[in-house]
Design a protein around this ligand. Structure first.
Ligand code: PMP
Length: 396
């Protein structure tokens, strides 16, 4: 039977990671993988996480199953972090399950959508995180793209985006990135969130908000501005969150899926359907990451430390966005790279061509994905000049 299988092409980002690892050049630079790195090029465990883990070691008294919805204290914290003091929480219209990563949240969301409307099409930004498309298709949903990033202007294709969204029928789902759009870094401004919301109400589509980078853009609350407005206006939505980036808990696989319903009468139906999906995929989530986050958010001291550490990560990325522009200018580059500071989060497209990307890899051991998406946190004081010189060389 297995002989019927065909090999599957590996994700280009994973291939890039492998090539980088094998490259013997001591000056090599990895701008491929979407993982935060500090000035030393290291993805360190946050201090608040270390402290919470010590606490956990002392307090943990059982390894029994955690339940399908996962850690209830984590779920309450994560709802508050996302929505703040919001009517969807006060009115008891939100149900949350903690999941194995943001990826797990998205897969559960997809299966939940499939149960609610097997004919639903899910609309994603063009472009979007590649795994969105594979995951939704694997769940049996149809996927369509709506216009989003404009590679020429390096901004949003605003008119085309709203024209596409104006064709979405009731019963379909539209995925929107809450902040720090992956891969473009280009986010909706508040006026665009308002327009998006008006269309959701007018057309009757359900928003699916993916918030994998809360706190990496402008700030923990600032990054939820669009989400909170949307949740105030629409009757229902789905939110997928991740603690991989903002708590640096990548390998612990911790995220959450929240379903907001139009009245608390629907809550039990939504909750039991969500849990039925969970039960049929992995039964119950892993506990460790959720409990670490709970310990942090239960403690004012650890929360303050987390805010500090998160600000360091966010500010470092934003500083390097400016530094890229300054250093390229200092190298005599004429092209306008000012769009980089208009974008947020881990990524931006440099906007260079395939040949230039190839030269950067072959001649300078600088690795980025074929779309020219760079992970800004891969830059630091010891490689930024080398990077700027190399980019200036291939742009000549
Ligand atoms: N959504 C987006 C847009 C992402 O970029 C990612 C991570 N690359 C995720 C969701 C999922 O993250 P994880 O499963 O690692 O929590």
């Amino acid at each position: 039977m297995f002989s019927r299988l065909q090999p599957v092409a590996t994700d280009p980002i994973l291939g890039l990671m492998a090539a980088y690892k094998e490259d013997p050049n001591p000056l090599k630079v990895d701008l491929g993988v979407g993982v935060y790195k500090d000035e030393a090029g290291h993805t360190a465990v946050l201090e608040c996480v270390k402290k919470a883990e010590k606490l956990r070691l002392d307090l943990e008294d059982s390894k029994t199953y955690i339940g399908m919805a996962g850690d209830l204290s984590f779920n309450a914290h994560i709802e508050k972090l996302a929505f703040g003091p919001h009517k969807v929480l006060l009115e008891g219209r939100t149900t949350t399950a903690h999941t194995p990563g943001g990826t797990g949240a998205l897969r559960v969301a997809a299966e939940f959508i499939k149960k609610a409307n097997p004919d639903a099409t899910i609309w994603v930004t063009s472009p979007t995180w590649a795994n969105h498309i594979s995951m939704f298709q694997a769940a049996g949903l149809k996927v369509k793209e709506y216009a989003y990033y404009d590679y020429d202007t390096k901004g949003l294709k605003e008119d085309a985006m709203f024209a596409d969204l104006a064709t979405v029928p009731a019963g379909d789902v539209v995925l929107v990135h809450a902040c720090c759009h992956n891969p473009s870094g280009m986010d909706l401004n508040f006026a665009q969130w308002q327009k998006f919301t008006a269309l959701a109400k007018e057309r009757g589509f359900t928003p699916l908000v993916d918030m994998a980078y809360q706190g990496f853009g402008l700030g923990l609350d600032e990054d939820t501005q669009g989400l909170r407005y949307l949740a105030n206006e629409v009757e229902e939505l789905i939110l997928c969150t991740s603690c991989s980036k903002n708590f640096g808990l990548y390998r612990e696989r911790i995220g959450a899926v929240s379903v907001v319903v139009d009245s608390n009468k629907m809550l039990e139906t939504a909750r039991t359907n969500l849990l039925a999906v969970v039960r049929s995929i992995y039964s119950m989530p892993p506990a460790h990451g959720a409990i670490i986050v709970s310990h942090i958010l239960d403690s004012a001291e650890l929360t303050a430390l987390w805010h500090q550490e998160l600000a360091v990560m966010r500010n470092r990325i934003n500083d390097y966005r400016q530094l890229i522009i300054d250093k390229l200018q200092a190298e005599g580059v004429q092209q306008d790279f000012s769009f980089i500071t208009k974008q947020h989060g881990m990524f931006s497209f440099l906007g260079i061509n395939k040949e230039q990307i190839e030269r950067l890899r072959k001649e300078f051991s600088i690795y980025m994905v074929g779309s020219s998406r760079v992970s800004i946190a891969g830059l630091n004081h010891s490689n930024i000049d080398y990077f700027a010189k190399a980019v200036a060389t291939v742009l000549k």
